[in-house]
Design a protein around this ligand. Structure first.
Ligand code: PLP
Length: 220
């Protein structure tokens, strides 16, 4: 096995192990390989090893890297996991198959217009500011029901909730809280867990784990 293939195998094994302990079906857990900052030459070996779902955090970087990769390979899906400016909504709608960062009413409106114009209905996660950290982005917890209602009336397909817990503290309580807010709002999908904590996230119900450095190595 090549190094990327070995890393992918290890992450998949870890997901399967965590799913087993949690008595969950590993097939219900989507591994989103976060390729931000890494060039196409680092991504291609993971595609060759069988990975199909990737994520980027910046629209412009994704526009530079992904059209060629998407042309060259069948069946890939590309997710946006970083904050989205309203003036990039149309670009995002054209390129991405899933958006994990719907976090405010103005973006609901921009995406609704972009979906109308492009004819694409991109499934979204509502990002929740689970640690109530000003700088981090995400919808305040108290405003989640209202944002979901706005998304629903704008006919934006919302799959579930996403979060990035505060750095450097035990993430489990935040994952559990996100799961509770999702259940309270009748949502079944949870985008949570990164390289350092995806096993914990799976124990607490993650359906989408966003793993970067465990697959690609450390970023600069
Ligand atoms: C970078 C990033 C990840 C992946 O982080 P790693 O720690 O490298 O696994 C996941 N989610 C978001 C939103 C990110 O920006």
């Amino acid at each position: 096995m090549t190094e990327p293939a070995r890393a992918l195998h290890h992450v998949r094994e870890t997901i399967a192990h965590a799913a087993k302990i949690a008595q969950r079906d590993p097939a219900q857990i989507e591994l989103v390989a976060i390729s931000k900052t890494h060039p196409s030459e680092a991504i291609a070996p993971l595609i060759a090893a069988g990975q199909r779902v990737f994520g980027e955090n910046r629209v412009q970087e994704a526009q530079a890297k992904w059209p060629a990769l998407l042309d060259a390979h069948e069946g890939l899906s590309l997710h946006l996991v970083g904050s989205l400016q309203s003036n990039k909504a149309e670009d995002a709608a054209m390129l991405f198959d899933c958006i994990h960062s719907l976090d405010r009413p103005s973006l609901v409106a921009a995406l609704a217009r972009a979906f109308d114009k492009t004819g694409r209905q991109v499934p979204c996660f509502v990002q929740v500011d689970i640690g109530e950290e000003e700088q981090k982005g995400g919808c305040p917890i108290a405003e989640v029901p209202a944002l979901l209602a706005e998304a629903r009336s704008a006919e934006i397909p919302v799959l579930g909730l996403m979060c990035v817990p505060p750095h450097g503290v035990e993430p489990a309580p935040y994952f559990a809280l996100l799961a509770k807010i999702a259940a309270d709002n009748g949502l079944t999908k949870l985008s949570m867990g990164m390289s350092g904590d995806y096993e914990t996230a799976i124990m607490l119900g993650a359906t989408h784990v966003r793993v970067g450095s465990a697959l690609f190595g450390a970023r600069e």
